[in-house]
Design a protein around this ligand. Structure first.
Ligand SMILES: Nc1ncnc2c1ncn2[C@@H]1O[C@H](COP(=O)(O)OP(=O)(O)OP(=O)(O)O)[C@@H](O)[C@H]1O
Length: 281
């Protein structure tokens, strides 16, 4: 991780890595969008990536997915060979039934059965013979998740997968994604604009700003209110400040508004020996 990243916890040294990126750089013409980025993601770890519009989140995800061959740098990019990508639009093949969309390119035995089971996992029971055009946007996105996870990927890359959905459907998709991740245990990198989505889903949140990962914080929410709500509010304020969003002061908790996420509630696997590197002035 770059020296100027604001980090609130030291990650365990001996954890198994799903992703290891060193010195990743991407330029478009003379413009450097990703500037010598370092990142490690542990096996099964759920990481959210926030950043202002145009900060390079999708560019970073595309580089990890192997969809960008113009990434430069002297460093290395190690990602598992079994990875799946989900985008904001479901990108289903309209001429194929759902079961054939999900099983498309799937190797091995019982391909149709596995695809049907994956559709059931996302709540689309008895819909395997439907066509994509017969589904709502949320249902199509569930098929995209089924297609991604039927491969049991070690890494799931998701680029604003719920960005086009209404608020209620998005909440349902959060619950579904959480359940699917418990089931399949992939490492996840979720690109999102939605600070609350990041807080509720991720174990760790990054912010990409001016080509660098400037924030890297663990998230561990207490199980019960009101401690949970307080911690969510505190992390939200912290992230919004680092995203450059003006925040109204909160009158009853003025001292907390500048504070980082609570060290004491940080996830056990990311809370050892807290260190903090302030961004260079
Ligand atoms: N193929 C390309 N050619 C030139 N510039 C590009 C190309 N792809 C991306 N960029 C530029 O790189 C920058 C980062 O784009 P990217 O899509 O990664 O940002 P983002 O953080 O995902 O944005 P958003 O949140 O708005 O989706 C933008 O300024 C964009 O114009």
């Amino acid at each position: 991780m770059a020296q100027n990243t604001e980090r609130l916890a030291t990650l365990p040294q001996n954890r198994t890595l799903a992703v290891s990126v060193q010195n990743l750089t991407r330029r478009f013409g003379t413009r450097t969008v990703l500037d010598n980025i370092d990142l490690e993601i542990g096996k099964g770890e759920f990481v959210a990536l926030l950043g202002r519009s145009g900060s390079g989140k999708s560019t970073f995800l595309r580089a990890l997915a192997g969809l960008d061959h113009d990434v430069v740098g002297e460093g290395s990019l190690q990602v598992p060979s079994s990875l799946s990508v989900v985008f904001q639009d479901a990108r289903l093949l309209p001429w194929k039934r759902l079961v054939d969309n999900v099983s498309f390119g799937l190797q091995g035995v019982n391909v149709k059965e596995r695809a049907t089971q994956a559709l059931e996992e996302v709540g689309l029971h008895n819909r395997q013979l439907s066509w994509p055009a017969e589904l709502s946007g949320g249902e199509q996105q569930r098929v995209a998740l089924a297609r991604a996870l039927v491969r049991n990927p070690q890494l799931l890359l998701a680029d604003e997968p719920f960005g086009a959905l209404d608020a209620l459907t998005r909440l349902r998709m959060h619950t579904l994604l959480r359940r699917l991740c418990q089931l399949h245990e992939p490492a996840v990198l979720l690109v999102t604009h939605d600070v609350d989505e990041a807080i509720h889903l991720a174990q760790r949140i990054l912010i990409l700003d001016q080509g660098k990962l400037t924030v890297d914080v663990p998230v561990s929410l207490p199980a019960h209110a009101p401690a949970r709500e307080n911690e969510i509010a505190r992390i939200r304020r912290y992230l919004l400040q680092h995203l450059g969003v003006e925040i109204e002061p909160v009158s009853d908790t003025p001292a907390e508004s500048q504070d980082p996420p609570n060290q004491e509630t940080a996830a056990p696997d990311t809370a050892q020996e807290p260190t903090r590197h302030r961004r260079a002035a």
